[in-house]
Write a protein that binds this ligand. Sequence first.
Ligand code: ADP
Length: 273
Amino acid sequence: QKALASSERVFEVLDKDRETDRKTASEKIEVKKGKVTFHDVGFSYNGKDPVLRGMSFEVEAGETIALVGPSGVGKSTVINLLLKFYDNQSGRILIDDHEIKDLDHHEVRDMMSLVPQETILFSGSVMDNIRYGNLEASDAEVTEAARAANAHNFIMELSDGYNTEIGERGVQISGGQRQRLAIARAILKDPVILLLDEATSALDSESESLVQEATHNLMQNRTSFVIAHRLSTVKNSDKIAVMDQGKVVELGNHDDLISKGGLYKSLHDLQFK
Ligand code: ADP
């Protein structure tokens, strides 16, 4: 009975249309800068309940934008659309001047790094786990990325340094250490666009400041989208997009939005005070 239910799901997946990619490999479009525009984007997961309804904003190349808003408002959905896990049903999403629907999904994912809330480590050495960000990186490049991610020192304290086995069967490392490994992976990949879903789990204050510094290093010189859970991250963003009912209702930096006294101010008072 169990297998029957599971195999139905397997066939559902097999029957799905492949991801829509309009361009062929020979027509590769190069995205260099990483300016992102959402123009009146509408999206629904099931085709009937709208999640994004006319979402519009623009982020210049190299800027950091924090997505803020009540839970369930569609912050992760914005990230899902950027990664082409789903296609928007209306409006336009542009990276530089290219519509995302015209870009190949491999191409799109190659230029982005996602740092999720929960870092997934696989069984293998620390070196392998970081190198997952760029399989062609040399050992020296991996070490350099680990340094920039504030991970080098704790790695050197592990029993076997970079060769220490981690993951399911290896040594256990703390939440803050996992996050720094994820950041090292992303630094190694050197993406044009960074998508960061900040971890909600509380870290001790030393870990917290190491993670923050590493995050700061990672965001330099690239367009960054952050689903922020820490006030410091939001405050330091070039732009804050406050979302409500599937669209951006306020856009500006921290000081602008506080003095405006709208939704951001109330969210801020509620969440961070
Ligand atoms: P946020 O990140 O702001 O908390 P999400 O983007 O995760 O919000 O979710 C927005 C809405 O879309 C919610 O109502 C959520 O239940 C729904 N949703 C999110 N992911 C999926 C999915 N994969 N399939 C169907 N509905 C989803």
